[in-house]
Each structure stands twice: as structure tokens, then as C-alpha cells.
Write a protein that binds this ligand. Structure first.
Ligand code: C2E
Ligand code: CA
Ligand code: CA
Ligand code: CA
Length: 275
């Protein structure tokens, strides 16, 4: 192949075109998918660390693309966020998750992810109220997961939104804690019920003294602030043992179960309650 500057340039240009093409294609497909019926929610169990009982499920959206099969949310959520399509998609997830959870035992919660764009939407509160009303789900069975990034800009209106949600009786979790520009003072300023410690810290619990120290510090801080803690991405008995010793309230991870279609929930519950 030629290695002149010109051909290299053309090569990159072509590459970039392919990237843009692919992105456009995905955007068109995403619009159709929302109009059609191509999404499904998978549920991943959340387990009490001490009792090992299932206490809730996180709703994780899946896209069954007609040609490409299952597309990972890591691929389409960022695009949905950029294009604003996350708002209708997120509303669908919230409504469907509330409907599903309304058929579960009253002590089992459902956790739904809220994207920053959804969180800032003036329609959010209305959507939450209407999703609860239409499904008949008890508000305390619903937990909304937000990332710290939503607190960075316009923290005053973010605080007002959080108080409004809490006022409905809905719980709030801070997701992926430790990956952004978290400030510990956020935990005091904003009314969180739960901190989800990002899986990157859990993964290195056995190999990094720093990670272990951070997890312990977050759990202890949560404890003194009355905020429960969840360890994300627990995959091994060793990791479970460590988060248990640090005093994490709940765990979520492949060790206890992967995200599965809603039809599997009763079976997971039957197992998880007997344990
Ligand atoms: P997240 O909210 O941090 O969700 C946890 C992710 O970790 C999920 O990936 C889950 O399948 C994965 N996971 C759980 N346990 C383990 C484990 O033990 N090991 C490993 N390696 N991974 C584990 P998933 O389902 O692919 O979702 C990726 C991200 O996409 C989510 O991260 C969330 O940010 C976003 N997402 C998914 N569904 C929604 C949604 O309905 N709305 C919004 N706004 N975002 C969503
Ligand atoms: Ca989450
Ligand atoms: Ca997370
Ligand atoms: Ca994440």
C-alpha cells in the first residue's frame, strides 16, 4: 500500500466516513426501534450481603436489532443521549419497569437508570408520577439511579428535582460512584438513599490496597450518613467475602446473577429467598 501523506489522509477520511455512516445508520435504526417494539428490559438481582436474599432488580435495557441481533447499551445509550432519543426510550423503560415490578412481592424493588438528559427534563416528575399511577406500583418500590454528572451543572435545580422525587416516596441511588468528579460533599448535600460503588473498584479489591481503602471509606461514610451501599460487579466469592467484611449493604454482580428477561424473575426470587 502507498504510504504517502495524501493516501494516508484519504485512508483516514474514508475511515471517518465509515464511522459517521455507521452512526447515522444506527441513529435511523434507533428511531425506528423506539417506534417499533425492539426493546426489552433485562433484570439483574440485587442481593442483601448479610442474608443473601434478593431485595430488588436493576432494569437494564436491551435492543433486539432486526439484523444485528442484540446491541449492547454501551453502544446505543450514548447515541440515544446525544440525539435526545433517550428521553422517549427512558420513559418507555420507566413505564415498563414499573408495570413489571407491580406484579412482584411488595418488598422487592426495581431500580431504573435515568440519563442526565432525562433527569434535566421538565417533564421528569410528571413522567414518574404517571408511571407510578398507571402501574399501581408502590412508590417506595421504585429506585432511580443517577450519575454524579447530573449534579455538576445547575446543582440547585438538580437538588430541587431530587427533593421532588424523594417527596413522592421514590428512592434515589448514586450510580457508578467514584468514576466521575465525585465530591464527598455531594453525599451530604444531595438526598441519596444509596451509593453504588463502581465495579472498577470491586474488580481490583484483591489486588489493590488503594481500592480496598476507598471501598472501606465509602462504606463507612455511607454508614454514618445513613446511606446504604451497593457493590457493583461482584463476580467471585473472594470479592463477596471482601465487600462483606467492609460492610457493604448490598451486592450486584454475575456471582448472584446476570441480567435476565422478566420471565425469569419468579425463579430468581424463589431461589434468592430460600437462600
Ligand atoms: P450500569 O448502570 O452501571 O449497569 C451495570 C452494568 O454492569 C450492566 O451492563 C450489567 O450487565 C453489568 N454488570 C453487572 N454485573 C456485572 C459483573 O459482575 N461483571 C461485569 N463485567 N459486568 C456486570 P449493561 O446492561 O450492558 O449496561 C451498561 C450501561 O448502559 C449501564 O451501566 C447504564 O449506564 C446503561 N443503561 C442500561 N440500561 C439503561 C437504561 O434503561 N437507561 C439508561 N439511561 N442507561 C441504561
Ligand atoms: Ca445503573
Ligand atoms: Ca453502575
Ligand atoms: Ca456504568
Amino acid at each position: 500500500a502507498k504510504t504517502s501523506g495524501r493516501s494516508t489522509f484519504c485512508f483516514f477520511e474514508a475511515e471517518m466516513d465509515a464511522g459517521i455512516q455507521k452512526r447515522r445508520r444506527l441513529e435511523i435504526d434507533l428511531r425506528q426501534a423506539i417506534a417499533g417494539d425492539e426493546f426489552e428490559i433485562f433484570y439483574q438481582p440485587q442481593v442483601n450481603t448479610e442474608t443473601e436474599n434478593v431485595v430488588g432488580f436493576e432494569a437494564l435495557v436491551r435492543w433486539h436489532h432486526p439484523d444485528r441481533g442484540l446491541v449492547s447499551p454501551a453502544e446505543f445509550i450514548p447515541l440515544a443521549e446525544e440525539t435526545g432519543l433517550i428521553v422517549p426510550l427512558g420513559e418507555w423503560v420507566l413505564r415498563q419497569a414499573c408495570k413489571d415490578a407491580a406484579t412482584w412481592p411488595k418488598n422487592i424493588k426495581v431500580a431504573v437508570n435515568l440519563s442526565p438528559l432525562q433527569f434535566r427534563s421538565p417533564l421528569l416528575i410528571h413522567t414518574v408520577v404517571s408511571a407510578l399511577g398507571d402501574s399501581g406500583l408502590t412508590p417506595c418500590q421504585l429506585e432511580l439511579e443517577i450519575t454524579e454528572s447530573v449534579l455538576l451543572t445547575d446543582s440547585e435545580s438538580a437538588l430541587a428535582t431530587l427533593h421532588h422525587i424523594k417527596g413522592l416516596g421514590v428512592q434515589i441511588a448514586m450510580d457508578d460512584f467514584g468514576t466521575g468528579y465525585s465530591s464527598l460533599s455531594y453525599l451530604r448535600l444531595f438526598p441519596f438513599d444509596k451509593i453504588k460503588i463502581d465495579q472498577s473498584f470491586i474488580r481490583e479489591l484483591g489486588t489493590s490496597k488503594d481500592c480496598a481503602a476507598i471501598v472501606k471509606a465509602v462504606v463507612d461514610l455511607g454508614y454514618s450518613l445513613g446511606i446504604t451501599t451497593t457493590a457493583e460487579g461482584v463476580e467471585t466469592p473472594e470479592q463477596l467475602d471482601r465487600v462483606r467484611r467492609h460492610g457493604c449493604t448490598e451486592i450486584q454482580g454475575y456471582l448472584f446473577g446476570k441480567p435476565l428477561p422478566v420471565s425469569h424473575v419468579p425463579e430468581v426470587l424463589a431461589k434468592g429467598q430460600a437462600a
